[in-house]
Design a protein around this ligand. Structure first.
Ligand SMILES: Nc1nc2c(ncn2[C@@H]2O[C@H](COP(=O)(O)OP(=O)(O)OP(=O)(O)O)[C@@H](O)[C@H]2O)c(=O)[nH]1
Ligand SMILES: [Mg+2]
Length: 188
């Protein structure tokens, strides 16, 4: 399936009637700066749809994009902000936690994005475990594979596979537009 239309609907900071309008949500989660917003842009073919930045903590709301008039892509703040002041970190982290674990909202799919070169961090594995406990339908995207050669890529893939267990992993590059077809086939 293809994306034929996309529009930004709104950014929210918590409970909102939009989450209960009957339209399915596909949520993108991952450490700050891992490329969540970039992945959304690459999937939709729109460079400036979701705001991206080299500074961690760019996305500060829960942003909803309507895809093909029938599905929301949900862009979220990241977790594990290395350089963002503690207060923001706390607030944003709480918002993400609320959305996944307290709100009671259902996600059709949760796309957990990790850095392919870094591999799954402690934070990634913690989130993965929590998502599993809440029976979320997870898919893992290993982003930024363009930073590695073929051999390192293969080694990293094996490493990620053994760390995350029985999960589907898609090697991806938002920058070089690798893996788009595979990911769309999973989430649309
Ligand atoms: N080399 C490379 N860089 C990437 C890729 N995807 C994203 N980036 C870069 O990573 C940085 C962070 O990208 P964002 O999309 O803003 O990351 P995010 O996860 O949405 O970050 P927060 O909203 O702050 O949590 C930017 O400098 C991007 O250009 C990729 O596939 N390859
Ligand atoms: Mg972002």
């Amino acid at each position: 399936m293809k994306i034929t239309s996309v529009q930004f609907v709104k950014g929210v900071r918590g409970s909102d009637s939009i989450f209960e309008d009957g339209i399915s949500q596909v949520a993108f989660i991952g450490r700050s700066n891992v490329g969540k917003s970039s992945v959304i842009n690459s999937l939709t073919g729109k460079k400036d749809l979701a705001r991206i930045s080299s500074f961690p903590g760019r996305t500060q709301r829960i942003n909803l994009f309507l895809i093909n008039k029938s599905l929301y892509f949900v862009d979220l703040p990241g977790y594990g902000y290395a350089r963002v002041p503690g207060k923001i970190k706390g607030k944003l982290g709480a918002m993400v936690n609320w959305y996944f674990f307290l709100s009671g909202y259902n996600q059709k799919r949760v796309v957990l994005i990790i850095d392919a070169k870094v591999g799954p961090t402690k934070d990634d594995l913690e989130i993965l475990e929590a998502l599993g406990e809440y029976k979320k339908n997870i898919i893992i995207v290993a982003n930024k594979i363009d930073k590695m050669g073929k051999k390192e890529c293969e080694e990293q893939f094996e490493k990620i596979k053994s760390a995350v267990g029985d999960q589907k992993i898609i090697p991806y590059s938002a920058k070089k537009k690798i893996g788009i077809k595979e990911l769309l086939a999973e989430i649309l």
